[in-house]
Design a protein around this ligand. Sequence first.
Ligand code: UDP
Length: 328
Amino acid sequence: MPRRFLVTGGAGYVGSHLVAALCDRGDTAVVLDNFHIGHRRAVPDGVRTIDADLSNIAAVDDALSDGPWDAVFHFAALSQVGESMREPLRYLLENGGNGMRLIDACVRHGVGRFVLSSTAALFNAAGDDPIPEDAPIDPNSAYGESKWMIERALRWASQVHGLRYACLRYFNAAGADPQGRLGEDHRPETHLMPLAIDAALGRRPPLVVFGTDYPTRDGTCVRDYIHVTDLAAAHLLAFEAMEHGDIRWNLGNGAGYSVLEVLQAVERVSGRPVPHVLAERRPGDAASLVASAEPALKAGWQPRYAALDDIVRTAFQWRLAHPNGYGN
Ligand code: UDP
């Protein structure tokens, strides 16, 4: 049966891939976005958009009053670890504060289910063991802290008001829609994979490798890259699975790759060298973040683009086809 969802941040990177997945299965998505970071061209034709900032309570109330909603998917957020270390209070206020306002509005409007775009930045693992859902929470950045604020608020909303929730902690979202409809276009771009691809294509300066003295196999940070389409699929599954209770899922492939290994993958896929320079650590970065995604896998999640080269390939093809991303 077709369902109806409100997607905050549906014009952003992961949000737009979820909106495409919802449309593909015949569901109705309504996108609420302030379009500061998101792109209008990332929203499929025919999908209704509401131009609003989450700090505008009247606009959020107005959107939610046009129910019923099967769920709210909440993606809208600032998402840069580095920036959050320069402007921590902005992250706590905008991500944490707006997230809580949205939860409050959902409770007031009788929304039954809430799916949060959360993050591996909740964890600050010392070793390179895969991180399970119940690993100690110890955000290394204000970005991670801001998402933890929302997770905690959801716990109370569930306990006291019966709002069902799913916290989906993405490890490193990467890649692009395999059908070529969507891709990654942050401005400014700060993420490793698109920067490495553009460096290989000669469209950007050499990639700066942040830190070579981490306690990892080659001294650079290790991350678990997960395809954005597989993340979208996990959201659809979580929506079904939360019928049986609240959810906290770590979403990754369970395999870590160092920054230098990602550069090698980009070189294999593109057939070009990735010019790069070695530099100091970036504040806020944990040494190694690798997911143990067991509960999601047990619930039936099957990542389809788990191989690093497959992830890089979809990202590379999109950058090649869209030198200016979504344009200006
Ligand atoms: N990174 C890097 N150079 C860059 C961007 C990122 O060395 O220009 C490293 C970064 O320090 C981290 C990894 O690549 O260890 C992934 O960073 P990204 O910003 O893509 O995602 P994050 O892990 O911060 O969510």
